[in-house]
Design a protein around this ligand. Structure first.
Ligand code: FAD
Length: 321
């Protein structure tokens, strides 16, 4: 029995989420008094460095079928690795990739699945984990009754911990099904940290009045090294691209800092952002529901406040150097 952590390596590079999953898997393995292994699919730079975050060994599957992402093929590869090493706990990131494959892995292995876990198991006998439910208004605890369990870990819920040393990398050969999908084109958003990984997010809503006013939001994001987001009506009106839409029907994020500008804070919006560590709200309506979820609030006209805040942030940054 062991813990197997799938470390995502899009374009051959590990992202923070992979290190978080590994550090989490290492702690789970310690609680279960067993080994923690990392699994890499396809090529990846510095696979041995996964040892720094807790992997005792890195298993790498290289196969032409893994060159472009197909959830069915990736799930088959992970399931084969689980069977081959006899793992009983599978940890992966609750990313778009993780969401697409976790259920498939569980079905293939006859395993229980809890997705979007945000903390270490509360007990290992029975094996129980927690996740937040009802848009973050409650915490549910799940106990596994299956011999194999699959857990997907929410981003930014468990910090990466560098505690080990580079680990040996072993190649595993598996027979994989042929992909039934063909990727014709991939368009990547360049230049900014993708929203699910962003530590700081500057988000704006319909209070901005017009898409031409977004310059001040982009400026704030640039000063803070943040990623921009928006409310749903803003994306629906094509003021901003749909990949920026956060909330119940958009992305669920949990950055360290979420700055909400001209957003009312409807429950459907909060569902995607209320796990942020610190929330700052700027809204002219003191009764805006967002203030109830805010750690810091500014009541006032965003068209006055945001430019002043940007100037103050610039000065602060300049004085800090
Ligand atoms: P508004 O509600 O119009 O609020 C604008 C805010 O800006 C107001 O609070 C106002 O006081 C403030 N404001 C205006 N002018 C200024 C100014 N000059 N200075 C400062 N503040 C100002 N919404 C999402 O965001 N994400 C979702 O995933 C989502 N999913 C949904 C799913 C369903 C099934 C449904 C029914 C709705 C969903 N919605 C979602 C929509 C949601 O209910 C709200 O309608 C939406 O979040 C409101 O967006 P908003 O706050 O930008 O706009």
């Amino acid at each position: 029995m062991s813990v197997l952590v799938y470390a995502e390596s899009p374009m051959g590079k590990f992202k923070k989420a992979a290190y978080e999953a590994l550090s989490y898997g290492k702690k789970v393995a310690e609680a279960l008094q067993t080994d923690c292994f990392a699994l890499v699919l396809g090529n990846a730079d510095n696979a041995a460095d996964l040892g720094l975050f807790g992997a005792q060994k890195v298993i790498q599957i290289k196969n032409a079928a893994l060159e472009s992402f197909d959830a069915a093929v990736y799930a088959a590869a992970i399931s084969e690795a689980v069977k081959s090493i006899g793992a009983d706990t599978v940890v992966l990131s609750h990313s778009s990739t993780g969401k697409a494959i976790a259920g498939r892995i569980a079905v293939r292995l006859g395993a229980g699945l809890v997705s979007g876990v945000n903390s270490l198991p509360t007990s290992v006998q029975p094996f129980s984990v927690q996740k937040s439910v009802f848009s973050g208004k409650a915490i549910a605890e799940y106990s596994f009754e299956t011999s194999i369990r699959v857990i997907s870990l929410l981003g930014n819920a468990f910090p990466p911990q560098k505690t080990g040393a580079p680990a040996p990398v072993e190649t595993m050969e598996v027979v994989l099904p042929a992909s039934k999908v063909k990727v014709l084109e991939t368009k990547r958003v360049e230049g900014t940290v993708p929203l699910p990984e962003a530590e700081i997010v500057v988000s704006a809503g319909r209070g901005m009045k017009d898409p031409s006013n977004w310059g001040m939001i982009e400026e704030m994001a640039k000063i803070l090294g943040a990623t921009t987001a928006c409310s749903r009506p803003v994306a629906d009106a094509h003021w901003r691209p749909h990949h920026e839409h956060v909330g119940q029907t958009g992305l669920a994020i949990r950055p360290n800092l979420y700055i909400a500008i001209g957003i009312s804070g409807a429950i459907q919006h909060l569902a995607g952002v209320n796990n942020s560590k610190v929330i700052v709200v700027i809204n002219k309506d003191p009764e805006a529901p967002f203030f109830k979820a805010a750690d810091y609030g500014v009541v006032g006209d965003l068209f006055e406040i945001v430019p002043k805040l940007n100037e103050a942030l610039k000065q602060f940054k300049a004085s800090a150097h």
